[in-house]
Write a protein that binds this ligand. Structure first.
Ligand SMILES: [Zn+2]
Length: 127
């Protein structure tokens, strides 16, 4: 008996809905007015800068996620999801399942080895 993990089935409509959701979030975030730096209160200004950088970081994250979700959709349509964009090897069933369940679309673009932190794993593959 070999308890095998299988690649998850991708529900296309869920991805499509997530993409719409991400686009809306990004648009709203962009539409928010910038915090004023005109205030004479130093703390006000500092808080404004804080909020600004938090929002930028958030925006960047959402954009990356959106891009990855769109990539996944393309891959699904071409019938080749869960292939690493670096080494073109399958990213692994467990990783695919975990990433999909948690909507970590960016994690679906790379296998564990190429995603970094595992330079030794890549060496094992011969390069
Ligand atoms: Zn890879």
């Amino acid at each position: 008996m070999n308890p095998q993990t299988e690649y998850p089935k991708v529900n296309r409509s869920v991805i499509v809905r997530d993409i719409e959701l991400l686009r809306t979030k990004i648009r709203k975030l962009r539409e928010q007015p910038s915090p004023s730096r005109e205030s004479s209160d130093e703390i006000d200004v500092a808080n404004g800068c804080d909020e600004q950088s938090r929002r930028l970081a958030n925006l960047l994250l959402l954009e990356r996620k959106l891009e990855a979700a769109e990539d996944l959709l393309k891959d699904v349509d071409q019938g080749t999801p869960f292939i690493c964009r670096e080494c073109h090897e399958p990213i692994g069933e467990e990783r695919a399942q975990f990433a999909l369940e948690n909507k970590m679309y960016a994690a679906l673009r790379l296998c564990v080895a190429c995603a970094g932190g595992a330079k030794n794993a890549r060496k094992k593959n011969g390069r």
